[in-house]
Design a protein around this ligand. Structure first.
Ligand SMILES: C[S@@+](CC[C@H](N)C(=O)[O-])C[C@H]1O[C@@H](n2cnc3c(N)ncnc32)[C@H](O)[C@@H]1O
Length: 109
């Protein structure tokens, strides 16, 4: 049932914890001009939607961050490999120059 609602609302059945649609994620990927070799920081990435989709579309690398450990745990389980960090958007443990782009969708921080 939840899968069906998610597919109808955001366009995929991913197990997301937000409302960013597949169309919005595709538009974001196009606008950023991402390609393999780029590294993207996802702030407030929750369970990994839509950054995993952006990764799939573009071939870029992704680092997911979120203050809620359980969301990141699900994110890594879904992806299997990408790094993740538990932190808020105002306490990121990275140097900005490390990333080619930063995304934060459906996040207030
Ligand atoms: C509605 S979900 C959006 C998840 C995903 N980005 C998406 O588009 O589907 C909002 C996320 O923001 C995270 N969040 C809340 N406060 C935050 C903060 N201060 N800094 C970064 N992320 C935060 C929540 O834990 C949650 O995973």
């Amino acid at each position: 049932m939840l899968d069906e609602v998610e597919a109808e609302v955001i366009g995929v059945s991913f197990g997301a914890n937000g409302y960013t649609t597949a169309d919005q994620a595709e538009d974001l990927t196009r606008r950023l001009g991402l390609s393999p070799g780029d590294l993207v920081l996802d702030v407030g990435g929750g369970r990994g939607w839509p950054s995993r989709y952006i990764q799939e579309l573009s071939g870029c690398g992704i680092v997911v961050t979120d203050p809620i450990f359980e969301g990141l745990e699900a994110s890594n389980r879904l992806d299997g490999a990408s790094p993740a960090a538990v932190c808020t958007g105002s306490s990121l443990p990275f140097q900005p120059a490390v990333f080619d782009a930063v995304v934060h969708s459906d996040v207030l921080c």
